[in-house]
Design a protein around this ligand. Sequence first.
Ligand code: CAA
Length: 380
Amino acid sequence: MNFELTEEQEMIRQSARDYAQRELIKDVIERDTNAIYPTNHVENLKELGFFGIISDEKYGGTGLDYLSYVLAISEFSKIDSSIGVILSVHNSLAIAGIERYGNEAQKQKYLPHMTSGEKIGAFLLSEPEAGSDASSQHTTAVDKGDHYLINGTKNWITNANSGGIYLVIAQTDPEKKHHGINAFIVEKDTPGISLGPHEDKMGMRSSDTHSVMFSDVKVPKENRIGEDGFGFKFAMKMLDSGRISIAAQALGIAEGAYERALQYSKERKAFGKEISKHQSIAFKLAEMKTRIEAARNFVWKAAWEKANGKNFSMTGAMAKYYAAETAMFVTTEAVQIHGGYGYVKEYHVERLMRAAKLTQIYEGTSEIQKMVISRAILDA
Ligand code: CAA
């Protein structure tokens, strides 16, 4: 067993950390408060190669391993988890979806534009009545010979407005249930696509989240991913990987809050000494750190399993579940350690606490992760 990072992994982590601690920190409170999309940071991160970080160099990617990517997501999310989710959906759901399951023509056509960040990707699975129950798709894609006609509404779509390439999951044959679902590459500017208003979220307020409406949207047949009926399996497989990066995001949120709480507890004095010297606070720090280290082991193990061609579905779900619960626990304790200061924006921990809540909900709620884990145990 080797728990050491390679030189390259350390370098990527440091580069993401530097950017987050030097640049993201400057305007993160204002962006989160006013729900401002981080355009300048997105442009800088494109330049630095983070929009094609795990893609093959032959498609313009940076070609790094999954653990390097996961490390970067955690570092960005310590400060700004909106950046974490923008990168995560783009890289591990949209780009990876085309790179792993698209045909060569689709890869050649779309990936170079995506790995450069010119076109950001989005993953359109959730619907008003199909969130956790993902196979209950109401969006339809009717086969019209040389094209499909898509109608329906998708909800909670990250990168909906900033994105240029959508991976859309839709029902092509309701009688076949989940075997009649397909995935399509759809260009955002295709006629018939419209967006709902920007969602006014509790946390991660500067990532752009919208509903997307499809009205007789014509999609060429060659834009279907994989064999007819592969769409649900495709979505499940992509979520398996995506969950590792959301787990990394949750880990980063927890670490960011812990680091601030630790620092604060060494500076703040009460009853004649630093609050870190009171057992009530020291034990909180011990519990926070222990859970963070356990979450890190899960996240890194899932990334290692994925990078080494193992079945990572269960570990990925465990990582997502445990890291999200840890983020919620640690950020809540961090606010508590800060007392009144924790409840105001200037001290950053309240933002991290609001962000932590979302990690328990999206890319599969904590309850869904337990479903995936228990099924893996029972089906083994
Ligand atoms: N890999 C491959 N195939 C899989 C699979 C996996 N991980 N999980 C299920 N399948 C296959 C099954 O083998 C089965 O195939 P067959 O019928 O051919 O045997 C088929 O899919 C149906 O499986 P289930 O009966 O287990 O499906 P289900 O309807 O019970 O649902 C579920 C399973 C895991 C609960 C799934 O619905 C799910 O993951 N729900 C959560 C959805 C989710 O995470 N949404 C997040 C939206 S994206 C997002 O949030 C992005 C963002 O913006 C951050």
